[in-house]
Design a protein around this ligand. Structure first.
Ligand SMILES: Cc1cc2nc3c(=O)[nH]c(=O)nc-3n(C[C@H](O)[C@H](O)[C@H](O)COP(=O)(O)O)c2cc1C
Length: 188
């Protein structure tokens, strides 16, 4: 259904929390578990779909964390953390790390390795990062990380849209697009 344009001079309808959640949810994303170690040595892991790539040079990515999160203390400037990008068989793991509380690392898939950020077995990819900058973002904090190392597997991605998990289906025959090359005027 087409969205009618707002006529000039008209005020936009009030934004309800439900409408905002639904609109944010319309943007399909991958799913990550961000892992780090708090200054007291406790590992933390947070399911997050707010991850986004930012810059190739320097290599930067961002995500946002709720200000109320007990994990926030692990993400001071310069702190190491890992973005574990989940594979399509890791829905239960995503839900596990979306619950608050201790003992999140009591699962076979989590490989705890202080002082490094914990690894999650079977992840589609992993980005080892260091906190580069922190910005206020309303009830969240935007965490920009410098990417120090990457690794990846051939697993399919876990996806999230409209509050539900799903799988990625490749469009057979569609050509690959390198959107980064647009920076240099070349789109393929
Ligand atoms: C698919 C999915 C995506 C999520 N994305 C985020 C996110 O980007 N940022 C965030 O702060 N919480 C996000 N959450 C909620 C956190 O995973 C949840 O609040 C978790 O308990 C946070 O861990 P904590 O106990 O350390 O705060 C998401 C949850 C799900 C299921």
């Amino acid at each position: 259904m087409a969205v009618p344009p707002v006529p000039a001079g008209a005020t936009a309808p009030a934004l309800s929390p439900r409408a905002l959640r639904d609109a944010f949810g319309a943007f399909a994303t991958g799913v990550t578990v961000v892992t780090a170690v708090r200054p007291d040595g406790e590992p933390v892991g947070v399911t997050a779909n707010s991850f986004a790539s930012v810059s190739l040079d320097p290599p930067l990515g961002l995500w946002s964390l709720a200000n109320t999160s007990p994990s926030m203390v692990a993400f001071g400037l310069g702190a190491p953390y890992a973005i574990n990008i989940l594979a399509d068989g890791q829905r239960d793991l995503a839900m596990h790390f979306a619950r608050s509380g201790k003992d999140k690392f009591d699962v076979d898939a989590a490989w705890r390795m202080n002082p490094e950020p914990p690894r999650l077995h079977g992840a589609r990819a992993r980005l080892d990062c260091r906190v580069h900058a922190l910005y206020p973002g309303g009830d969240h904090t935007i965490i920009v990380g410098e990417v120090l190392a990457v690794s990846r597997s051939t697993a399919s991605p876990l996806l999230f849209a409209d509050g539900k998990f799903g799988r990625y289906t490749l469009d057979a025959g569609a050509p690959a697009v390198n959107h980064w090359s647009g920076l240099h005027g070349e789109w393929i």
